[in-house]
Structures are given as structure tokens and as C-alpha cells.
Design a protein. Sequence first.
Length: 353
Amino acid sequence: MKILVTGGAGFIGSALIRHIIRNSQDEVINVDKLTYAGNLASLAEIENSERYQFEYADIGDKEKMTQIFARHQPDVVMHLAAESHVDRSILSAATFINTNIIGTWVLLEVARKYWSELDALKKMRFRFHHISTDEVYGDLPHPDDLAEADPLPLFHEKTAYAPSSPYSASKAASDHLVRAWARTYGLPTIVTNCSNNYGPYHYPEKLIPLIILNALAGKPLPVYGKGDQIRDWLYVEDHARALYLVATAGKAGETYNIGGHNEKKNIQVVHAICDLLDEFAPKTVSCREQITYVTDRPGHDRRYAIDASKIRRELGWQPQESFESGIRNTVKWYLTNLPWVETIKESHLPTLI
């Protein structure tokens, strides 16, 4: 197949492309406008593959996207291009509205026109796979707020949307657009909502790489509030496997939640990183001494947790990495790939998580 991936120079997109080139005979067209978080160095190992092509383009440029669809004739679109950092959305929401909502609308319109002109067989095989986040669901009750006997609820595919930040609201809007284009126009779409990703090539403004790199540099390790916010951590290569499986074997019109089955408090994550760094790169004192508690983020969600039973039951996917194995792999990767980090301009990085 020919698979068009938007945002393929980003963290999840690059992991997906590496997975496809390594593990299939499919061709990949990577469409990315290379904003601050897009880094082609993340694709160095496959950039010379005959089955990989890069297109420098903005998904909001309708004329350019129409040309790309016409030139490459994709069988599947995997739409990952998005602004994704909550802190940035709080400081400036406009970019999130333009990319995540307007950009998705433009891409849907280009894809719809392209799909409508395909022959019957290609039309039947075509898929528009929209990759989204569990943050569209809002947050879940925190164990600290529940009685000991109360069951802990999870996000499932029918959970009502209740986004808390400009970022999650923009992603919720894009999810709604995709489903509306399916129902109104018949475009064969699939939506996936994932939990927090981590792993190699993660842009250093996010929690895990920021803590690793700050610890190595002797800088404070900023933790919001008490650090008791809970996230379900999904190793990015497990996510890439799930995305490809959904795109190739998932049913049009369906939604699949993808989670790592690894609920951890943020402070537990920071402690795990510090303990690994104390093992791999010991200093005179533990890097836990660098932890600094800072004012909590406005509207900070307390807990996310995914029910991924549908994708396991229907498609046979489950994560291969535990948090313990995944975080060990991640810390080792950053220690041995610091030149990759140096390719990112320091001016882009915020001081907080």
C-alpha cells in the first residue's frame, strides 16, 4: 500500500514511519511542515529507503495537499499532524485552532474529493485514520478522592467528551469533524485515542525527556503541584504497532482506544527516572535532590486511564513493554543519543513541564 502520514517528523509520526518501513513492504509519504517539534533526524535510519518520500507541506494548504494526493495516490491516510503541548495551548491557543481544527478540515476536504474520484475497488479500500488523544475525555476520578472499595473508572470508546485545555478542546473538535465527514459524506474514517506516549526521539519539552535532560545538566526537575496527577503511559513503539494494525485491519467507522496499562503518578515517573540515572550515570548525590515542586498548571487534569480491551479483543493488540522496561529503554536511549537532542534549538524549550 501507499500510506500518507501527516506529521511524520514528529515523535509518534516518526516512530510509526520507522515501524512501517522496518516491518512491511508498504510505501510511506511523510507530509510535515517541520515546526519546532518536527525533526527529520528522527528518520535518519530510513530516509534512504526507496519506499520513503518526504513532502514539505502544511496540511492547511489546500492546493499543496491536493497536489500531493494527486501525485502519490495514497491508499491510506494516517493523520498525526497536530500541535500537542498543553502548556503551549494555554499560552497561545491560536496555533492549536489553526492546525488541529482548520488543518484537519482542509485535509478532510482534500481526502474526500480524492476518495470520491477513485474507482470502486480503491474507494472501498481507502481509509482516513485520525490519531487523537485520551485528553478529549477530560479527566477521571483520582484514587485519593474515592473510597477504597470504589472501582476505578476508565476511558472507553463511548466516554463522553469533556476537554479541559485549549489543546484537548482542539483535538476534540477535530475528532468530531472526522466523524461528521464519515456520517455526512461516507468517507471511510477510523479514530484512535491514545494515552500518554513516551520513548526515544521525544521532544524535550515533555515530562520524561525534560526530566532526563535537566537531571543530566544539573538543572531543577520541575514537578507540577504535588506531582500526584496520574497518567497511563504507553511506549511509543507499542503505539506505532497499534496504529499500523488499526490502519490495515481496523473497521471503517470505528474508534479504538490505545493504552499502555501503566497508570503512574507524575512523581513516580520522576522518581523512576532519577533512580535509573543514579544507576547509569551516578553523581555524588541522587538526582532526586534536584526535584522542585512548582505551581500547578491551570485546569490540570487529575487522572487519565484507558480501557484498551476493544483493540485487544477485535484486533489482537496489546502492549509489549511494561513501564519498567520502557522507561529503562528510554533513559538508555537518551544517554546514548545526546547528539540528537543537540539538533533541537534550546530557544524552543519551555522551562516547565
